[in-house]
Design a protein around this ligand. Structure first.
Ligand code: ADP
Ligand code: ADP
Length: 228
């Protein structure tokens, strides 16, 4: 889905607004990176999009529809979130990846193919997915947990996926590989919104630099490099 923020204002504390009438547009199916200093408002944007909070002023539209008029349940089905600190069930990797996907029989064939791809490209644990699929989630490293969380979200195929620093526990090379694989696997079907303190996201279609609750700069990676 496309995402539009129209003059969105939001404060946790009225003395220090977190978002200052921010406006931007994310076209459907694109990969967009929200970058900028800690405290700039990136996480808040994701929280408002998911309606964890509602905006104080302005409007947020998904596919042209004000999200306050969309039922919570359908909104949450349409948006997959990969959080910063992934909490997994104390169960196997397999269970953690497929939880919530178990009754979707109509897309089983597609999903089987997708799952194979995910195993190769996202999980790709050094000592092999096959040998570790039965391991319990809590024994995984931070980076491995993040891979499981990403795999779980991709498999649900929501039109919009939000990643909040979701790859930050990985080393830079792995992080890039996963971001690249993620963008490729979801292609034009999924709108990816990735919030990250550092601008490691080189394959984004659009980079929005967020500071003091505003967009201070935007463009492609090359455009921003040329400006700098
Ligand atoms: P970023 O994700 O870019 O680091 P945030 O959206 O987390 O930025 O923060 C934006 C502003 O809102 C900061 O001033 C931050 O301190 C404040 N803030 C974020 N979360 C909360 C919260 N739960 N309660 C109060 N203030 C918050
Ligand atoms: P992020 O980089 O994801 O924004 P932060 O370090 O800003 O993370 O925030 C970590 C946690 O603390 C979050 O749950 C956020 O909501 C909360 N938080 C951030 N700033 C404040 C604040 N000024 N007052 C209260 N809680 C805050």
């Amino acid at each position: 889905g496309s995402v539009i923020f129209e003059n969105v204002g939001f404060s946790y504390d009225p003395r220090h607004p977190a978002l200052n009438g921010i406006s931007f547009e994310i076209p459907k199916g694109k990969t967009v990176a929200l970058v900028g200093p800690s405290g700039g408002g990136k996480s808040t944007i994701l929280r408002l999009l998911f309606r964890f909070y509602d905006a104080d002023t302005g409007r947020i539209l998904i596919d042209g529809q004000d999200i306050r008029t969309v039922e919570q349940e359908s909104l949450r089905k349409n948006i997959g979130v990969v959080p910063q600190d992934t909490v997994l069930f104390n169960d196997t990797i397999y269970y953690n990846i497929h939880y919530g996907n178990i009754n979707a029989s109509e897309v089983e064939v597609h999903k089987a193919a997708k799952a194979a791809q995910i195993h190769d490209r996202i999980l790709n644990f050094p000592d092999g997915y096959e040998t570790r699929v039965g391991e319990r989630g809590l024994r995984l490293s931070g980076g491995e947990k993040q891979r499981v969380a990403i795999a779980r979200t991709i498999l649900k195929q929501p039109p919009i996926i939000l990643l909040d620093e979701a790859t930050s526990a990985l080393d830079t090379t792995t992080e890039r590989q996963i971001q690249y694989a993620l963008a490729q696997m979801t292609q034009d079907r999924t709108t990816l919104v990735i919030a990250h303190r550092l601008s490691t996201i080189v394959n984004a279609d659009l980079i929005l630099c967020i500071k003091d609750g505003k967009v201070v700069e935007q463009g492609t990676h090359d455009e921003l490099i040329r400006k700098a």
